[in-house]
Design a binder for this molecule. Structure first.
Ligand SMILES: *Cc1c(COP(=O)(O)O)cnc(C)c1O
Length: 395
């Protein structure tokens, strides 16, 4: 088998930062992927919320092909047409007025943290630098982002961490107000915690947080790296809650598979960054910007968000049948759009492994939470297939 040889070589030459499943994926179309030995899988992991319009969507592939023939990369010392078009598309479809591009979610959050500090120091004084974040959050692996991440398991061994962060329980607006000091500059949250287990806060949480931020002159940073680009059934998750943030970060689904991150903000807040303050060599280069434009236009067109909401309702309905089958195992079913989870009362990893053997790629997060983040183009038949696999492997 080809796969086995590649896995042996991976083990030999790659750093062991991932505990990988023993399959080697080679090709993808829509929700389907194939391994090097020809086995087919339905991908309900979606590259961890990246393949938002499915694998190798023709619009994205064509945009990359065309751009690759034209211009792959030029420096941000010059103007880049696809980057400008992407910024316009993001700003005209969100609260934002200005965009900065980078290469990943962690980098987008780094940019947000730097901007929040700079803005608050300039407006209110040098001692305004602290950022309040949530316990059980996830903001990435760079040193500032991993410090913002309110989970010790990601921080252990990398101390000393960045100074200037405080943690509060997620979903509790009063806890935020209680954690504010004379040093606080911003509050940074995921609208729905992803890595933490698809934790959906109460309906009025973000509204209350927005009010607290306004009252105390704090910036509200929303990390929409996982929830953005249609995942929850709206283009951005904040739209569900009747508020807007001051800064929003994006990555994962933004490039439809191309590595790109973005930090979006208002004209007013963006003014704290002046030439030379922040930069990225690759950020928003022609190739990834072209991929992101094609991805966004696809998500915004063709009723895909409506479809996402319909399929989100359908998957929850079908997962409820799993609960009827195994009431003793299922703790909770929850989701928004196609950001969905089945919480079980035991380690989820054996279920994930058995699903893979039976041709369904799913993810487990926070130990016992099975997470489903298929492309927004997923069909009822795909969900039926997933549910039949789950029924078999959980029995
Ligand atoms: C994945 C994720 C990140 C980190 O993104 P990278 O591209 O891996 O750096 C940050 N925030 C959230 C909410 C995420 O889900």
């Amino acid at each position: 088998m080809k796969g086995r040889a590649i896995i042996e070589e991976s083990d030999r030459y790659l750093m062991r930062t991932y505990d990988r499943f023993p399959i080697v994926l080679k090709k993808g179309r829509g929700i389907k992927v194939w391994d090097v030995d020809g086995k087919e899988y339905l991908d309900f992991t979606g590259g961890i919320a990246v393949n938002i319009v499915g694998h190798c969507h023709p619009n994205v592939v064509r945009a990359i092909q065309r751009q690759a023939e034209q211009l792959l990369h030029v420096s941000n010392l010059y103007h880049i047409e696809p980057q400008t078009s992407l910024a316009r598309l993001l700003c005209t479809n969100s609260f934002a007025e200005k965009a900065f591009f980078c290469n990943s979610g962690a980098e987008a959050n780094e940019a947000a943290i730097k901007l929040a500090r700079k803005y608050a120091k300039e407006c209110y004084g040098a001692d305004r630098f602290e950022i309040i974040t949530a316990l059980n959050s996830f903001h990435g692996r760079t040193l500032a982002a991993v410090t913002a991440t309110g989970q010790e398991k990601f921080q252990k061994g990398f101390e000393p961490l960045m100074p200037g962060f405080r943690y509060v329980p997620f979903g509790d607006a009063d806890a935020i107000e209680g954690a504010i000091t004379k040093n606080t500059s911003a509050v940074m949250l995921e609208p729905i915690q992803g890595e933490g287990g698809i934790i959906i806060p109460g309906e009025d949480y973000l509204k209350k947080v927005r009010e607290i931020c306004d009252k105390h002159k704090l910036l509200l940073i929303l990390d929409e790296v996982q929830t953005g680009i249609g995942r929850t059934g709206r283009l951005f998750a904040y739209e569900h809650y009747g508020i807007t943030p001051d800064i929003m970060t994006l990555a994962k689904g933004l490039g439809g598979g191309a590595p790109i991150g973005a930090m979006l903000t208002t004209e007013e807040v963006s003014s704290a960054f002046r030439p030379g303050n922040h930069a990225s060599t690759f950020g928003g280069n022609p190739l990834v910007s072209a991929a992101a434009i094609a991805t966004l236009e696809t998500v915004l067109g063709d009723g895909i968000l409506d479809h996402c909401n319909k399929m989100g309702t359908y998957i929850i309905k079908r997962l409820a049948q799993i609960r009827d089958y195994y009431p003793e195992q299922v703790v909770d079913i929850r989701g928004k759009g196609l950001f969905t989870a089945l919480e079980i009362n035991r380690d989820g990893m054996p279920v994930v492994k058995r699903c893979i053997e039976r041709g369904a790629l799913i993810n487990c997060t926070a130990g016992n939470i099975l997470r489903f983040m298929p492309p927004l183009t997923v069909e009822e038949g795909d969900i039926d297939h997933l549910v039949s696999v789950l029924k078999r492997v959980m029995g």
